[in-house]
Design a protein around this ligand. Structure first.
Ligand SMILES: [Zn+2]
Ligand SMILES: [Zn+2]
Length: 887
């Protein structure tokens, strides 16, 4: 065939850069707006513009790339839509930090200049992650790359806002929100992280207004008492029946507040009476609504006490807390202090303690939207995989609260609402209005707040395809086929896309949602920089090549389980790559003279040829099933097992005699053709997992200018399965394995040729062995092989059983029996000692109680290994004894 040779070793860095550019040049990642091919589409979970590739991204994007490459090869018009999220708070934080180094705040710059600065930052540093995704081999249609703040998507955002508003699904209201005093914005319930904190529970007595006694309330946040507007008790609490409706005097403030009754109060907690601060607690806020209580805001946006806090005005919340305690104590109102551990909510961006606060916010009325989104999963219009996540989805969607969509930051989609300063009219419009439609005035003031980042990413599946324009791409690719994402953003993002897609497009945004787990270290621990157990994907790609890294991710992605990653595991798959490379080099050297149009009749094929083709067919079916069902570990394991163990370990060895020998030209041609076919099909199966290696090999092996990336994915064909060949090869392989085991156990040098007799009364099996004679003799390295029906045991041979066959390996004169026995006994003694040590450890309750779970598991694994080794050595000794006796 006159092909060029492969280099001695595979150079990932070189191949990766070369083939990625080649694919781009050939426009292979591009999906047509319309096509006669069946559409397949995925939208990328848009990484933050501030993002840097971590293991989570790597896993997420490798899985998407595997699916999209697979679908493309199967003949789909496959689109992987890429882009980035503007990531409101995160990006604003980065730029604010940059400003801080110059001694400036965003307020020094003003809104317009600050936003300019963010765009400058984006142009300079944003989107590093896009380059990193390219290194990963991602076959996104980069010609379509979108950004949540680009013109088209901004238009979509405004359009949806206006529609929701006109449908009465957006409203403005006073609401208690999670307020981050550092970011100075409201953040969603989901963005609050709770940590247990050892604090105090202070008991405070509020004296009755009519004099005498009082009522004791307990709190972990005494400073909030400045804003109390009631004390509540349970209506069934006999201790307080008399007091309901009376008033107490709020200490330090000297305000009169009522004692009210509400079922919400638990009688068992503390004194059974609770202080009510509607402006600082969501439950109290709800109670204020029920009882028409006054809402007094005693903290400003920076969590500093306002003038409503009297003498504490101007103090920050913690300073105020100390002073309030001191003053209550001085007045004799503090009746108890006890240590108390409670959960503190923190901003997930900046780790500042959240201050629940009442403020004017914009909301999406969620119930009508959630209803549709629930129904779509109930009816199976959208499948969630693994399905165990469905119940979580329903649970959350059924209890969802209205969505606070306003954020008090500058970087984002400014809310498209204007107030006319002339007549007070509120204008909600997708285009900036020039004048007031009511009074014609031109003094219009736009709402200061921007929309929650998830508002724009909720539109991602259709906004990226051109909506609100009814584009060809939208018609072709919506609803998208699949979404691949981490389960941790099921609610942040997936649920919102469901609601928005159904509301705007009247159809689900995707048919399948595949939720993958998190990447953890090999012991199942969460990866973190501080623990020192995190793995940098870029470093792994540099060290082991992108394909080894990708394959490892796929191999460890089992549904419903964490992905446990370690450097050793990635290194392990680098050996797989070397194996494939060397097998190809060997194959190419042996098919050099195979004509491109060589035809082989079925009857020319050896059993080994038929066997490997049958196994290949089964492997194709397994890989397809695995990928179709998003069982990435099963798909990758099937191709790994086949290529390494069946093709490289067995078939290449089996084919050697006929490839090397000149005496069977027809058989040789058949083996050559088989070799080429299996290799070609294997490269296709491997391509979605290992795009670079397979392209590098393909371009040399096939050498006709075609690319494996756009070749047709193999299809399984029941007609290609050959159970007869598989059964025959099964026998031959088992015999070879038995002989090799005896060789190993008896410590016989691999180069030493042995005499072997295979005895079986079964005539058909005898025939099989005769047909496999050359294979057995070669692979077991035999001097002579006798196949017989004679069942009497010969002398001087070690024996083994392979199904209906007795295997006799003649060792008389080959090994030193006494020496070998001594060696085995010594080894047994050593292993028994090891076994005692580890067994003692595992029987020690103190060790079991103290040691970490992975440590114990490691010891158990050790014990199991020693046990197995001991058994094998025992068997060898027995065999030796039997052989010595017989001899
Ligand atoms: Zn914050
Ligand atoms: Zn007006």
């Amino acid at each position: 065939m006159g092909r060029v040779e492969l280099t001695k070793v595979y150079e990932p860095r070189q191949a990766e850069a070369k083939w990625y550019q080649y694919w781009l040049d050939q426009d292979y990642f591009h999906a047509a707006d319309s096509s006669s091919k069946k559409p397949f589409s995925i939208v990328i979970p848009p990484p933050n513009v501030t993002g840097m590739l971590h293991m989570g991204h790597a896993l997420n994007n490798v899985l998407q790339d595997i699916v999209v490459r697979y679908k493309r090869m199967q003949g789909h018009n496959a689109l992987w839509m890429p882009g980035m999220d503007h990531a409101g708070i995160a990006t604003q934080n980065v730029v604010e930090q940059e400003l801080a180094k110059e001694g400036l705040t965003r307020h020094d710059l003003g809104r317009e200049k600050f936003i300019e600065r963010v765009w400058e930052w984006k142009a300079k540093y944003g989107g590093v992650i896009i380059h990193q995704l390219k290194r990963l081999g991602c076959s996104c249609d980069w010609t379509r790359e979108r950004f949540t703040m680009d013109e088209g998507l901004s238009k979509a955002v405004r359009e949806v806002f206006v529609r929701l508003y006109n449908d009465g699904l957006i409203y403005q209201g006073d609401y208690i929100v999670n307020w981050c005093p550092r970011c100075r914005t409201a953040i969603s319930d989901l963005e609050v992280e709770y940590h247990p904190e050892a604090g105090q529970l202070w008991s405070i007595r509020y004296p009755l207004a009519e004099g005498g006694g009082g009522i004791v309330v307990a709190t972990t946040r005494p400073e909030t008492m400045l804003g109390d507007t009631a004390v509540a008790v349970n209506p069934n609490d006999a201790r307080y029946t008399e007091l309901i409706g009376k008033e107490v005097i709020l200490p330090l403030v000297n305000r009169r507040i009522p004692i009210i009754a509400d079922d919400y109060v638990t009688m068992e907690f503390g004194s059974g009476a609770v202080k009510i601060t509607p402006a600082s607690d969501p439950n109290d806020f709800a109670m204020a609504g029920r009882h028409k209580l006054e809402i007094i805001r005693i903290m400003d946006d920076n969590a500093v006490i306002t003038e409503k806090g009297g003498i504490y005005a101007g103090q920050d919340r913690y300073e105020c807390r100390r002073n309030v305690i001191r003053d209550l104590e001085a007045q004799g109102c503090l009746v108890g202090t006890e240590p108390y551990t409670h959960n503190i909510g923190q901003c997930y961006r900046c780790k500042t303690d959240i201050e629940p606060a009442v403020s004017r916010q914009w909301f999406v009325r969620i119930a009508p939207l959630a209803k549709e989104a629930i129904a779509a999963v109930v009816t199976g219009k959208t499948r969630i995989i693994p399905s165990s996540w469905e119940s979580t989805y329903f649970e959350w969607m059924n209890n969802i609260r209205d969505w606070c969509i306003s954020r008090q930051i500058w970087w984002g989609h400014r809310i498209p609402v204007w107030n006319c300063e002339g007549c007070g009219k509120v204008i909600v419009a997708s285009e900036d209005p020039a004048s007031c439609p009511a009074c014609g005035g031109a003094k219009l003031r736009q709402e200061e707040d921007v929309l929650d980042t998830w508002f724009s990413s909720g539109l991602w599946p259709f906004s990226t395809l051109g909506w609100p324009e009814n584009t060809e791409a939208l018609k072709t690719f919506y609803p998208t086929s699949l979404l691949v994402t981490g389960f941790d953003i099921l609610f942040f993002w997936v649920a919102r896309m469901m609601m928005m897609g159904l509301y705007v497009m009247k159809d689900v945004p995707f048919s399948d949602v595949y939720l993958h787990a998190l990447v953890r270290d090999e012991n199942g621990e969460k990866m973190s920089k501080s623990k020192g157990n995190s793995i940098d994907p870029l470093e792994m790609m540099d060290k082991f090549g992108t394909d080894a890294f990708r394959f490892t991710l796929a191999a460890f992605t089992a549904q419903g389980r964490d992905v446990r990653m370690s450097e050793e595991r990635i290194e392990g798959y680098k050996f797989f790559i070397n194996k494939i490379w060397n097998a190809t080099r060997f194959s190419m050297m042996n098919i050099e003279d195979l004509p491109a149009d060589a035809a082989v009749r079925p009857e020319d094929r050896s059993i080994a040829d038929r066997w490997i083709l049958s196994r290949l067919n089964r492997t194709i079916a397994e890989v397809i099933r695995g990928l179709d069902e998003y069982r990435f570990n099963d798909a990758s394991a099937a191709v790994y097992q086949f290529v390494w163990h069946e093709f490289c370990d067995w078939y290449l060895e089996l084919a050697k005699p006929v490839l090397y020998g000149g005496e069977n030209p027809i058989g040789r041609r058949a083996a050559q053709k088989t070799l080429l076919d299996v290799l070609t099909q294997s490269l296709k199966l491997l391509h979605p997992f290992m795009p670079f290696l397979t392209e590098e090999i393909w371009q040399t092996l096939i050498g006709d200018g075609s690319s494996v990336m756009v070749s047709a994915f193999p299809a399984a064909d029941e007609a290609c399965s050959d159970p007869e060949a598989e059964a025959e090869m099964g026998i031959v392989m088992e015999v070879i394995t038995r002989i090799r085991n005896i060789r190993g156990e008896m410590n016989v040098a691999p180069s030493l040729k042995l005499k072997v007799t295979l005895a079986t009364p079964d005539a058909a099996v005898q025939k099989t062995l005769e047909r496999g004679r050359i294979s057995i003799a070669n692979l077991a390295n035999l001097q002579s092989l006798t196949v017989t029906g004679e069942t009497a045991e010969p002398k001087g041979a070690a024996t083994a059983v392979a199904g209906p066959i007795r295997v006799y390996v003649f060792l008389a004169g080959v090994i030193d029996v006494a020496g070998e026995r001594g060696r085995l006994e010594k080894e047994i003694a050593r292993i028994e000692k090891d076994l005692v040590v580890v067994s003692r450890k595992l029987a020690n309750p103190e060790f079991l109680a103290k040691a970490a779970e992975p440590v114990v598991a490691k010891e158990r694994e050790k014990a199991r290994g020693f046990g197995e080794k001991r058994a094998a050595l025992g068997a060898a000794l027995k065999r030796l004894a039997a052989f010595a006796e017989a001899g």
